[in-house]
Design a protein around this ligand. Structure first.
Ligand code: NDP
Ligand code: 8X3
Length: 253
C-alpha cells in the first residue's frame, strides 16, 4: 500500500516541489493551501505525470476551525497519514521593531507558529495511536540566528526550532520521527510575499549569487523520509554555497 504524505503550503515554492518529488517516489498526497486554482493545477500535473492519488484541501492554517474541519474527519482511505510536512509559512515586511507593522507580525506569528501547531494538533493523534509517523518541519536559517529588521520572522522560526525539539520529546515513546529542515535563501514566491508584491525588490534578493531552488529542499525532504526505520535525521541546515548566515552573502558585482 502506498504511503500518504500531507504537505501544507503546496501551492507554491518548496511545498509544490516537495509534493512533486514525493509523488514521483510513489506517495499518495494530501496537498493544502489557500489558493484553490493552484491546488487543482498541481493535482492535474501529478495525475498526468505520476501514479499517485491526490486529495487537495483548501484551507487557511491560521484558522483552527478550518484545519479541524479539513483534516479532522478525513475519508478512511486518507486517514493514516505517514508523513506530515509542515511547510506553509511566510515572512511579511522587513522593518525594525519600532517601525514594525502589527498586522505583518500577526500574519507571521499566526501562520508560522500557530498554523504549524494547529495542523500538528489535528494530525499527530493518529500517528500516536498507530505508533508510526514522520513530521517534517520546514524552519529556516532564520531559526538559527537573527538578522536586522527580520526579528519577528526570525522569532517565529526560532519558535519552530523549539517546537521541533519539543515534538521530538513528546513523540519519543510513539516511534514518531521529527525532522527539521532549515534552508537558506531559496528563490520562490517568498520574497514577493515579504515585499508585498514588489517584484523588483523581490528579484534583488537573488542577484549576484547562486541561490537554492525549491528542488534542493525537496531532495533534502526525500533524503530524510528515505532513511531506514531506526534513523531520524533531526536537523538539516541547507544553504547556498555563497551564503554563510541569514544575512551574510558572497555576492559578485
Ligand atoms: P512561497 O511563498 O512560495 O510558498 C508559501 C506557501 O505557504 C504557499 O503554498 C502558501 O499557500 C502557503 N501559505 C502561506 N500562508 C498560508 C496560510 N495562512 N494557510 C495556508 N497556507 C499558507 O514560499 P516558500 O515556498 O519559500 O516557503 C515555504 C516555507 O519555507 C515557509 O515556511 C518559509 O518560511 C520557509 N523558508 C523559505 C525560505 C526561502 O528562502 N524561500 C528559506 C527558509 C525557509 P497559499 O498562499 O495558497 O495559502
Ligand atoms: C527564509 C530565509 O534568510 O531570508 O527563511 O530569512 S531568510
Amino acid at each position: 500500500m502506498k504511503k500518504i504524505a500531507l504537505i501544507t503550503g503546496a501551492t507554491s515554492g518548496l511545498g509544490r516541489a516537495i509534493a512533486l518529488r514525493l509523488s514521483k517516489e510513489g506517495y499518495n498526497l494530501i496537498i493544502t493551501g489557500r489558493r484553490k486554482d493552484r491546488l487543482e493545477e498541481l493535482d492535474k500535473e501529478i495525475s498526468v505525470n505520476y501514479d499517485s492519488n491526490v486529495l487537495p484541501l483548501c484551507f487557511d492554517v491560521r484558522k483552527y476551525d478550518e484545519v479541524e474541519k479539513a483534516l479532522g474527519s478525513l475519508p478512511v482511505e486518507w486517514k493514516n497519514i505517514d508523513i506530515l510536512v509542515n511547510n506553509a509559512g511566510l515572512a511579511v515586511g522587513l522593518d525594525p521593531i519600532h517601525q514594525g507593522v502589527v498586522d505583518d507580525w500577526e500574519r507571521m506569528i499566526d501562520t508560522n507558529v500557530k498554523g504549524l501547531l494547529y495542523v500538528t494538533r489535528v494530525v499527530s493523534p493518529g500517528m500516536v495511536e498507530r505508533k508510526s509517523g514522520h513530521i517534517i518541519n520546514i524552519a529556516s536559517i532564520a531559526g538559527k540566528g537573527v538578522y536586522p529588521n527580520g526579528g519577528v520572522y526570525c522569532a517565529t522560526k526560532h519558535a519552530v526550532d523549539a517546537l521541533s525539539q519539543g515534538m521530538r520529546m513528546d513523540f519519543l515513546p510513539y516511534n514518531i520521527k521529527v525532522t527539521q529542515i532549515c534552508p537558506g535563501a531559496v528563490e520562490t514566491e517568498f520574497s514577493l510575499v515579504r515585499f508585498k508584491g514588489n517584484q523588483d525588490r523581490a528579484d534583488q534578493v537573488y542577484v549576484g549569487f547562486e541561490n537554492l531552488v525549491a528542488d534542493d529542499i525537496a531532495e533534502a525532504v526525500f533524503f530524510a523520509v528515505s532513511q531506514p526505520a531506526h534513523v531520524d535525521i533531526q536537523d538539516m541546515v541547507v544553504m547556498p554555497t555563497a551564503q554563510a548566515t541569514g544575512s551574510m552573502f558572497h555576492k559578485e558585482e
